[in-house]
Design a binder for this molecule. Structure first.
Ligand SMILES: Cc1ncc(COP(=O)(O)O)c(C=O)c1O
Length: 412
């Protein structure tokens, strides 16, 4: 091997305007480059406690068990599902995009009996439709996605908690793509578990999954408690219920690590924790509501700009996420060619889509550190230039003018 062939990492300069990841906040990057400390250093355990407090603010919860799972958002989902679902449990998943299918896939691997309801991509469920299905299926858990980035739709959740409470159903939500860019009220909406990731509205890198658990759900996980041989003492008692069929994702063991006993499980990912702490600190410093309003402002500016470019948007706009927009690729235009030119000639990344929407819809994000006016204006102007270059005629300047007008209107 010729080691001189490997240069120091020096990624190209990009403006990431897809559905995530997005450019990380530079303050978060500085936090991540801080020196390591030992995992039981009081400085480290103190920061773990701070992370718990900060994410209670981000999730809007009093839940004691609010902590990080080391792994991408999917790890957070898997940790909640494998810890909450006992083999044979019935679960209900309202599927309105790819990430609903992911919940089904993970729940099946937890050996749940999985039931689904579906709407066409681009739509969401009414509370009545969910309640109807709950009455029919009688699940132990309802597994939902709040913002399904594959369709850019935001499932209304506010009324589902009360429905779950009435039918004695545990209520989980994957808020990976929506948290901190759209309203999510863990306690007020009666959620028993929420998981997320950093790489969307939280402005960090993927690789860390904040999760929060209600006391009720934590108690059911406690009943499945196991302590590993080697760290187990005579005082430790196993729970009466079937053990959790994963070691790494056993939230009982992760609670014991984040709790006062500090029972060793994994080695907490120190740099990732610094980053997650900084993401939450920045969000709460801005104000959670102010940050959500910022996502709405720039999401709407992007929407109006796209509409004035003569492009059609995807899905039911009444239920659009603040932070991602689906744009129908005009006929005669090759979607990937547009993305390539945006990247090569402007350094801007926009997203493609999955499954039935692949090749039909672009996804443009305005989130986290990139929910900013300059990012919106640069993206609109580059997209307009590329489309005209490829033969799709726009009224030149109309998109930017519409975005400017939107900003002016909203400033008053
Ligand atoms: C709603 C949703 N859930 C889960 C995931 C999976 O996240 P990760 O790739 O961080 O595991 C994503 C990623 O885009 C997502 O948008």
């Amino acid at each position: 091997m010729d080691i001189t062939q490997f240069s120091q990492i020096n990624p190209p300069s990009r403006l990431l305007m897809g559905p995530g990841p997005i450019n990380a906040d530079p303050r978060m990057l500085r936090a991540m480059s801080a020196q390591l400390v030992g995992q039981y250093d009081p400085a480290m355990t103190g920061m773990m406690n701070e992370v718990m407090a900060l994410y209670r603010g981000v999730f809007r919860t009093q839940n004691r068990w609010t902590m990080l799972v080391d792994g991408t958002s999917r790890a957070g989902i898997e940790a909640v599902l494998v810890s909450a679902i006992r083999p044979g449990d019935r679960v209900l998943v309202p599927v309105f995009g790819r990430f609903g299918h992911l919940l089904c896939e993970i729940a099946r691997r937890c050996r749940a009996e999985v039931h689904t309801i579906e709407v066409p991509w681009g739509e969401v469920f009414t509370p009545d439709a969910v309640e109807e299905a709950i009455k029919k299926v009688r699940p132990r858990l309802l597994l939902t996605v709040q913002g399904d980035t594959s369709t850019t739709m935001l499932q209304p959740l506010a009324e589902l908690g009360e429905i779950c409470r009435r039918h004695d159903v545990l209520f989980y939500c994957d808020a990976t793509a929506s948290l901190a860019g759209n309203v999510l009220e863990t306690d007020a909406w009666g959620l028993d578990a929420v998981s997320a990731g950093l790489q969307k509205c939280l402005g960090g890198p993927s690789g860390t999954a904040p999760v929060t658990l209600s006391d009720k759900l934590a108690e059911t996980i406690r009943q499945r408690k196991r302590v590993e041989a080697g760290i187990r003492t005579a005082a430790h008692r196993d729970g009466d219920d079937e053990m959790i069929w994963s070691n790494y994702f056993d939230l009982g063991m992760i609670m014991d690590y984040w709790g006062p006993e500090r029972l060793n499980h994994h080695t907490e990912a120190t740099s990732a924790l610094y980053g997650a702490r900084e993401c939450a600190r920045l969000i709460l410093q801005e104000g959670l509501d102010a940050g959500i309003a910022r996502h709405k402002l720039h999401g709407e500016a992007m929407l109006t700009g796209i509409q004035h470019m003569g492009l059609e948007t995807f899905g039911d706009l009444r239920h659009k996420m603040n932070n991602v927009l689906g744009v129908v690729i005009p006929s005669g235009i090759h979607g990937d060619r547009v993305r390539q030119l945006m990247l090569d000639d402007f350094g801007i990344e926009i997203g493609t889509s999955f499954g039935p929407l692949h090749g039909k819809v672009w996804r443009i994000g305005t989130m986290g550190y990139n929910a900013r006016k300059d990012c919106v204006m640069q993206t609109l102007s580059a997209l307009e230039a590329v489309l005209n270059h490829l033969g799709f005629r726009t009224v030149q300047g109309a998109a930017l003018q519409a975005a400017w007008d939107h900003y002016r209107r909203e400033a008053h």
